[in-house]
Design a protein. Structure first.
Length: 159
């Protein structure tokens, strides 16, 4: 079953027939397993990974280190839940090391991200500090390598 989950994580567009051939299961077994994984919230959703740099969309992604004061009996859960309620927030992770949470957000501009941090995130009661890092270029995400677009060579006609 771990193999089936790994295949789905790598490419959720594979058909049940393809998954069956790759795992040695029958199509019915694959369909049943996938349905059970979805029911049990093991499979939380399906998502395409888009290289937005190849589109017209202007966007900025930031990784924000957040230090917080954990709450007695709740640890970091309450503040993490409060943070992930914001629409701008794509991901929140509890971390080990020099900061407590990593928050990943996207916005239309650097200013929009800065306003989110300054007006929504940093003022939260239990937040004691933030450090914002802007993602300048993606090289690899979820095991997929982002390649730069083929640059077309300009051809000059010499008389």
């Amino acid at each position: 079953m771990k193999k089936l989950l790994q295949l789905l994580e790598d490419d959720c567009t594979l058909s049940h027939a393809q998954l069956a051939a790759m795992t040695g299961m029958t199509e019915a077994e694959v369909a049943s397993a996938v349905a059970q994984y979805e029911k049990d919230d093991i499979i939380r959703g399906y998502k395409a990974i888009v290289d937005w740099d190849r589109t017209e969309r202007e966007a900025v992604t930031a990784l924000i280190e957040v230090n917080v004061t954990p709450q007695r009996g709740e640890g970091f859960d309450r503040i993490a839940e409060r943070i992930y309620q914001y629409d701008e927030v794509e991901s929140v992770y509890l971390m080990s090391g020099s900061f407590d949470l990593t928050v990943i957000i996207s916005g239309r501009s650097l200013k929009e991200v800065a306003l989110f941090v300054g007006q929504k995130l940093a003022p939260l009661e239990d937040v004691t500090g933030t450090a914002t890092h802007f993602i300048l270029k993606k090289y690899k995400e979820k095991h997929l390598i982002f390649r730069k677009q083929e640059e077309q060579e300009e051809r000059f006609v010499l008389d």
